[in-house]
Design a protein around this ligand. Structure first.
Ligand code: F6P
Length: 532
């Protein structure tokens, strides 16, 4: 993936060194409370309103000089050239030799996206149009339960990771847009609890199962899918599987083997990473849940941010600024984690969604050229909706010894029925951001403040805005990866665990014959035998 191959990337870069000096000589001596007192223009200077989003980064420990140096870092690390490489379909996912074209999933029909010879825009729209017809047929009842002609009342998405989190997050976030009479359930975990609980609530005659897996080889998904099919066949017969099971995958043969009829297979492509795939057919359950018009509005929101990311100057570019501030907090101010705190209960699963996006993408210890990274990469991401979280872990944010960067997010118009109650949530968010920045130091150092936070405000949590938010974080993650010199689009670390899980599956089934593993593994297997 292009970029300058500095031997000591990014530490050896001029702008990196300048940022280090600036942090030590200037920023570490300053306090956010003073910075606000001294500069009444601080909010105007360090906030941007663009594309219906207001990004307030005035509560970061930055000055004009910091922002200038960060801008220089973006230039020196070739963020612009690599961004163009991504949109142009270059194989910037070098380790897997793949293009990275999730932006094509939300393209207008005349936006040109190509993966080599493949016209990605045309391919995407062909699948979208098929999804459109399918979703509308389900909603109208034209596509109905086998033998009974009854309308579908329940959709069960079976997937995990990128084939689950975006669906659960978006269906929850957009519950106000839910199609009446159709419930969406998400089943992911391998232990079968989620599946059993869901099956207990549904009627096979009116349930549509969506088996969602990019590879269609993932143990969790196949285990749950086979268990769901067995349950279904027992109650409703094998004949009905063709109508009641739909598949979403890049692996058409595996869908075939599972018994999914060709008309019910929705494909996508290797140029889409799992954690960037909710915009593709992976979002079929979202589209079923909120309707195709709303799903297309979600895509339109993503597209708005793609254009902004490509066109806005670096110093007014939302994802670029968010990526740079993250690098600033992580590598210069020592933040070890990022807390994402939405002040809207509908966004309850947004932090979980962002966990995979950030940590599977940038939780890396090797640079693109295979050498070890010499700086910290992705911080740990965590979070919960406010104001609930204020009554659990905010104590640590205010006075703990660890540095945590914070993203507050909120719509101005609440998602609940009472704007009065939502106003209370907004008031709490504003109060927390202030307290974290200002502190309340009586001289004993008890409540130090000077804790950085971003506030991201928008009018309303609608499908288009959700699309904007997700795309914003996607591109922020990309910007970070470029600066750290890592590939955000592979996940080699997950593979070893998957391999060992296969070995341990046999061991748990027949512990007696198992000779391998370490003493801990054998000791635990002993206990499993005793207590099973
Ligand atoms: O957890 C590893 C991973 O490969 C993720 O990247 C992916 O989103 C998830 O597993 C599910 O994969 P699939 O969609 O192929 O079932």
């Amino acid at each position: 993936m292009g970029g300058k191959k500095a031997v000591n990337w990014p530490r050896g870069l001029k702008s990196w060194g300048a940022l280090k000096d600036h942090c030590r000589e200037d920023i570490r001596k300053r306090h956010l409370g003073d910075m606000f007192r001294r500069d009444p223009e601080r909010f105007t200077r360090f906030s941007i309103e663009a594309e219906g989003l207001l990004l307030d980064y005035s509560r970061h420990r930055v000055t004009r000089k910091t922002m200038k140096l960060l801008n220089r870092l973006a230039l020196e690390t070739n963020v612009e050239a690599l961004r163009e490489g991504m949109f142009a379909g270059e194989h910037i996912n070098e380790s897997e030799d793949r293009a990275v074209l999730h932006a094509a999933l939300r393209a207008d029909r005349d936006d040109p996206y190509f993966d080599g010879e493949l016209d990605a825009t045309a391919a995407v729209h062909e699948v979208l149009d098929r999804m459109d017809a399918f979703v509308r047929a389900v909603h109208s009842g034209q596509y109905a339960g086998h033998g009974t002609g009854r309308h579908f009342t329940d959709v069960v998405n079976i997937g995990i990771g990128g084939s689950d989190l975006g669906i659960e997050m978006a269906v929850g976030a957009l519950a106000n847009y839910a199609v009446p009479g159709l419930r969406v359930h998400c089943v992911s975990n391998i232990d079968g609890v989620g599946l059993a609980d869901t099956l207990a609530r549904i009627d096979p005659a009116t349930t549509l199962f969506v088996v969602c897996s990019k590879t269609f080889t993932t143990l969790e998904t196949l285990t749950n899918a086979h268990a769901a099919r067995a349950w279904f066949v027992e109650r409703f017969g094998a004949e009905a599987v063709r109508t009641h099971f739909v598949g979403v995958s890049t692996n058409h043969e595996a869908m075939d083997e599972f018994g999914i009829s060709p008309a019910n297979r929705f494909g996508f492509w290797d140029f889409v990473g799992g954690r960037f795939s909710m915009w593709s057919a992976v979002g079929l359950a979202i589209a079923l849940g909120i309707g195709m018009d709303n799903f297309r509005a979600l895509l339109a929101g993503g597209r708005v941010i793609d254009r902004h990311f490509r066109d806005a100057p670096l110093d007014q570019n939302l994802p670029v600024l968010m990526g740079l501030l993250s690098v600033w907090n992580t590598n210069f101010l020592g933040a070890e984690s990022l807390a994402v705190l939405p002040y809207d209960s509908r966004l309850a699963r947004f932090p979980a969604y962002l966990q995979q996006l950030h940590m599977e993408s940038n939780g890396k210890g090797r640079r693109r050229d295979g050498t070890r990274v010499s700086v910290a990469t992705a911080p740990v991401l965590w979070g919960e909706p406010g104001s609930n979280a204020q009554h659990s872990f905010f104590q640590l944010l205010h006075q703990g010894t660890r540095q945590v960067a914070i993203d507050f997010l909120a719509p101005v118009q609440g998602s609940g029925p009472s704007q009065g109650q939502h106003d209370l949530a907004l008031a709490n968010m504003l109060a927390q951001a202030r307290a974290l920045a200002e502190g309340d130091d009586d001289g004993s150092g008890g409540y130090p403040g000077n804790r950085p936070s971003t506030t991201l405000l928008f009018q309303k949590l609608d499908p288009e805005t959700l699309g904007k938010l997700v795309a914003l974080y996607e591109h922020k993650v990309f910007v970070e990866s470029v600066i750290w010199g890592i590939n955000a689009f592979d996940q080699p670390g997950v593979e070893l665990g998957k391999r060992l899980a296969r070995e341990m599956t046999d061991a748990v089934a027949q512990p007696d014959g198992f000779q391998g593993g370490d003493a801990s593994t054998r000791g635990l297997l002993d206990a499993i035998v005793r207590w099973r």
